[in-house]
Ligand binder design. Sequence first.
Ligand code: C5P
Length: 230
Amino acid sequence: MTKFHVIIPAAGSGSRMATVLPKQYLPLAGRPIVSWTLEPFLTCERIASVHLVLSADDAHWQAHATHHPKLSTLHCGGETRAETVLNALKVLNVEPSDWILVHDAARPGLTHQLLDYLLDEVEDDEVGGLLAIPLADTLKRADAKQRVASTEPREGLWQAQTPQMFRYGILKEALIKSGGAPTDEAQAVEALGLSPKLVTGQLRNLKITYPQDLALAEAIIAADHHEAKK
Ligand code: C5P
């Protein structure tokens, strides 16, 4: 039977957060961000294994470790996100047809419902797919002085989120050929001439990138608690 495995690349420095601690370890509602990120995968029965990929010199995971029989940690982070994911694929012992879901370590708002929706929408797909949101705002291109150079048409544009899910064989081939440059997995698969499926995501599945994103994520978690208590 085709299995679902998860890779969480967590070897980035998160320089846009301007914090000493890598962003996945920053506290969010009393727990490190990465512990929220891991939860929907560890508690979803359809997911067979979860692999958190750390940089070789990660000095923080030990202090924040979550233990779970489905979770393994790999200390093989690369120079780029694509290299980190490829390094993990090289050590996974799975079937070429198994699904690999790649999810950002600092995307703590994924829900079980959204994860299930993605799995349902993509599991019979030839190519694979990703969560994404149609662009809502008007797009401006900036010049070197941070003045508007032009307004870009937004028709047909989507903002890519994660998880992005592809079969092991396709994803490995795509990332080997990509040379480590793509900023997401779909881009590497597109370069093979394939068209990944866009599955409508949700704003709550935001990636913590800037300091103000933390407050937004806290508010979402607080609202979840409030809902759960009703
Ligand atoms: O920097 P950005 O937010 O785009 O990173 C997305 C994800 O890729 C993060 O989870 C980050 O830790 C990971 N990453 C990685 N190895 C790198 C760079 C980024 O695992 N060399």
